[in-house]
Write a protein that binds this ligand. Structure first.
Ligand code: SAH
Ligand code: SF4
Length: 360
């Protein structure tokens, strides 16, 4: 923004003012940016605009979860989900249209890779959601307190766009989110975990899903490139820089595949072992089924037993609540909407110009 303002012959503090108008206050109309000189506002109107990708669809769930489907062009759509809870508001955002990793249990993975999102498209999801929600709730207070990169895409495959987006989320002149409350979730792109540790260490979640290489190879194909020992070593290195003193392991519970007592024992061994062990918490995710996967969700009793074994071994373990089931906003459900491209395209035309109005 400083460089952009310099091109227009403006001083760096103008960049800060502009940043605050756009991100803190959600204002897109330059004429409303009252502390900017008129001449500067005119220059901005000639060469810039403030816009998020158009919303193609919006769903509000009975439990308050809101899902937006954004049109990112060429028949690609990405999804963003807001999950309200008593003590926080979490936004789950996407980093790519589609995903190249191709995990067996993930409908985005089945869809394949379309393209990387730009930093603007990543941050634009937060910009839109924060200001649309403030307007809806009639508040000037912050609504979104946490961001998780658990929507579509592998964020560490889109590293050049990810880091500026993260920095904007953390910036006090923008969203001012704490590093502990922004979580990058990855299937395990080892070299990029190391880079993130140095460039922008936020909370890290790693999608583990299996205790052995033999099983993980079949679920998360990236494991063949970065096997478990390397992945866990990278997690350990990350902890030296991380804002939290543990890594979160996500583990999708798949009936008869990775949910047996034997798997729990192997996991305990893996994370407590002298060479691979590390400080971690487990988040067990009940699988959200979709037809092409050929997989089933583990029964609740088995998930509870699995969680019990990990907890008894001293590992903090939570089972993720499923939210927004009635609007297909649960994890891994995102691509279903995207594949239904006709409906998306029809709605896009109508909603192309929809954007949160300035509230300042
Ligand atoms: N690519 C990143 C982040 C996006 S996926 C990653 O894999 O971590 C976010 C989380 O949703 C991952 O833990 C992923 O394993 C999980 N997930 C994907 N499909 C799912 C499904 N059908 N049911 C439950 N969880 C799923
Ligand atoms: Fe990609 Fe994550 Fe889905 Fe795997 S689980 S295909 S890495 S989005």
């Amino acid at each position: 923004m400083v460089a952009f303002c310099a091109q227009l012959g403006e001083k760096p503090f103008r960049a800060t003012q502009l940043f605050r108008w756009v991100h803190q206050r959600g204002v897109r109309d330059f004429d409303r940016m009252s502390d900017l000189a008129k001449a500067f506002r005119e220059k901005l109107k000639d060469c810039a605009y403030v816009v998020a990708p158009p919303v193609a669809r919006e769903h509000v769930s009975r439990d308050g979860t809101v899902k937006w489907l954004f049109d990112v062009g060429r028949n690609n759509a990405i999804e963003t989900v807001y999950i309200p809870e008593d003590d926080r508001g979490t936004l789950c955002i996407s980093s790519q249209a589609g995903c190249a990793v191709g995990c067996r249990f993930c409908s985005t993975g089945h869809q394949g890779f379309s393209r990387h999102l730009t930093s603007g498209e990543i941050v634009g999801q937060l910009w839109w959601a924060e200001h649309a929600l403030r307007q809806r709730l009639g508040t000037q207070e912050r609504v979104i307190t946490n961001v998780v990169f658990m929507g579509m895409g592998e964020p560490l495959h889109n590293y050049p766009a990810l880091v500026p987006a993260l920095r904007t989320m953390l910036d006090d002149h923008a969203y001012g989110l704490s590093r502990r409350r922004v979580t990058v979730s990855t299937s395990g792109v080892v070299p990029m975990i190391d880079r993130l540790a140095h460039d922008c260490p936020v909370a890290l979640a790693v999608s583990l899903h299996a205790p052995t290489d033999a099983l993980r190879d079949t679920l998360v194909p990236l494991n063949r490139k970065y096997p478990l020992a390397e992945l866990l070593a990278a997690c350990r290195r990350y902890l030296d820089h991380a804002p939290r003193d543990f890594i979160t392991f996500e583990y999708c519970m798949l009936d008869g595949v990775n949910d047996q007592p034997e798997h729990a024992r192997q996991l305990i061994e893996l994370v407590s072992h002298a060479s691979t062990g590390l400080a971690c918490k487990f988040n067990l995710i009940p699988f959200n089924p979709f037809p092409q996967s050929g997989l089933r969700r583990s029964p609740n009793a088995r998930i509870a037993a699995f969680a019990g074994m990990l907890s008894d071994a001293g590992i903090v373990t939570t089972v993720r609540k499923t939210r927004g089931d009635d609007i297909d906003a649960a994890c891994g459900q995102l691509a279903g909407e995207v594949q239904d491209r006709t409906r998306v395209t029809e709605r896009m035309a109508k909603l192309r110009h929809a954007a949160p109005r300035a509230t300042a």
